[in-house]
Write a protein that binds this ligand. Structure first.
Ligand code: MG
Length: 469
């Protein structure tokens, strides 16, 4: 009888316990958003009230790295918790996957979505995938229940004879016909619109994201919302077009900011805000070759495609009212850490049968300690370019800041103190020979530790591939 009386109480206690240990996760991942493109990160002319509020309520991380300075490997690193060299998702042959690529994220790789399936999370991805567009590589083969989005970059498959977008990059308001880019919009395995109407794509991703949250509000869920903007070509829906004094790029960011507001408001409306952890970040730095159509890395040197800070340090905000106390975190973190962190917060298990590179950031997020990440390895196109330990960063290779496909091996490695010199402006190798020796050794050990990596999955092509138009 006593137990019977206690049972409802125990059930309530049990569900509170389950809630605590099984929060929902939303990862909002932008494409080519720079460190200096948000109000909360110092942009003076792009208005981002929702992201600014998210940063005020949550945690702004000022030294947070994407796994790689370009799209495909960056995404592989985020979803697997491993440097992309390990999964073969980086290549000396080609930077990223293209429509004629035959490869993709290997089936053996374990993604965040697959980890969360241990506890029956509902999983969805909305937006850009870019980890293989053939059926054997689509999101549903990697733990996602559903997919709505474009399979590769929004500028791929420009139709024959259409203007080169680069020509318009002189004009901050230049808008090219969205039909010039023959990129499909997919729902699960089907192409449902081809070419995708990119004018409304951010809005439609947002609607899908909100619908998913509404539908799954009663069970733990994971939403990976990977915006295809602000990667060029830039598009914004009518409500935002021509509104930002920053020009079209500003319109695009302000629409993404609106989108973040919609997601957070939906969580608040369903009282899921205290049961959900939201992460906002970017896959790499701004694409500087496109001038005002590319973003800003703020005080950081260079941008996308480079292993300077502007290529990989990305504006990152964590939000989880009641769970994640407000603060600005200047410890290091990386998208590579999200898998270990999410596994820890959800009470699931990260893979232990392979080499993992992520750290569990939850002590720092929950306000219980410091970030455990003390080092970062900067890979670019299957080559280790630089290594960071504490505040020190040593470069072995460097890309050209704008034409980033050009790189050089440095005759003499360059050393920078990133906390005293955020812009990598003052080279101090000669003054610190012991640190140069230490970091050189650290890089050698890391290269040895990755020597058993999966061979290149990005370089392979579909034989006799023809574009549709
Ligand atoms: Mg990108």
């Amino acid at each position: 009888m006593k137990l019977k009386l206690l049972l409802p109480f125990l059930l309530v206690l049990g569900s509170a316990f389950a809630d605590h240990h099984q929060p929902n996760f939303v990862v909002i991942f932008c494409d080519d958003l720079g460190y200096g493109d948000l109000g909360a990160f110092g942009n003076p002319t792009i208005r981002t009230p929702h992201l600014d509020r998210m940063a005020r309520e949550g945690q702004k991380w000022t030294q947070f790295y994407s796994a790689d300075p370009i799209c495909t490997p960056s995404r592989a690193g985020l979803l697997t918790g491993r440097y992309p060299i390990r999964s073969g998702m980086t290549s000396k042959q080609r930077g990223v996957l293209f429509p004629d690529s035959s490869g993709g994220l290997p089936q053996e790789e374990v993604t965040i979505a697959e980890v969360l399936k241990q506890k029956n999370y509902a999983t969805a991805t909305v937006g850009k995938w870019h980890l293989g567009h053939l059926p054997q590589h689509l999101p549903m083969t990697q733990g996602f229940d559903s997919y709505y989005g474009i399979p590769y970059s929004n500028d791929m498959a420009r139709i024959k004879g259409a203007p080169n977008y680069r020509q318009g990059a002189e004009d901050p308001d230049y808008l090219q016909d969205t039909n010039d880019f023959d990129v499909p919009l997919m729902e699960n395995e089907e192409k449902i619109e081809w070419p995708a109407n990119q004018n409304t794509i951010t809005k439609r991703y947002t609607e899908r994201a909100v619908q998913f949250i509404e539908k799954k509000k009663k069970q733990p869920f994971f939403l990976y919302l990977a915006h295809s903007m602000p990667h060029i070509p830039l598009y914004a829906s009518e409500q935002f077009l021509g509104k930002s004094i920053r020009g079209l790029y500003g319109d695009v960011i302000e629409e993404i900011d609106w989108s973040v507001g919609q997601v957070l408001d939906t969580l608040r409306n369903f009282k899921l805000d205290t049961k959900t952890i939201v992460v906002f970040t970017s896959d790499n730095g701004p694409w500087l070759a496109f001038k005002t159509h590319g973003g800003s890395a703020g005080p950081l040197r260079a941008g996308k495609g480079t292993t300077f800070e502007g290529g990989q340090r990305v504006p990152t905000i964590f939000w989880g009212p009641g769970r994640i106390p407000h603060r600005v975190v200047d410890g290091m973190g990386s998208t590579i850490d999200l898998l270990a962190t999410i596994a820890s917060l959800s009470g699931t298990k990260a893979p232990d049968d392979r080499k993992m590179d992520g750290y569990d950031l939850s002590p720092a997020l929950l306000g219980e300690g410091k970030s455990p990440r003390e080092e970062f390895f900067y890979w670019n196109r299957a080559r280790l370019h630089a290594v960071r330990s504490g505040p020190w960063k040593l470069h072995f290779y460097q890309n050209e800041p704008v034409n980033y496909s050009r790189y050089q091996k440095l005759d003499k490695p360059e050393l920078y103190h990133l906390e005293k010199d955020i812009s990598e402006a003052y080279e101090v190798a000669d003054e610190n020979p012991d640190m140069v020796a230490y970091l050189t050794q650290k890089a050698k050990m890391h290269i040895q530790h990755t020597a058993d990596s999966t061979p290149d999955q990005v370089g392979a092509r579909i034989p006799d591939f023809e574009y549709r138009r």
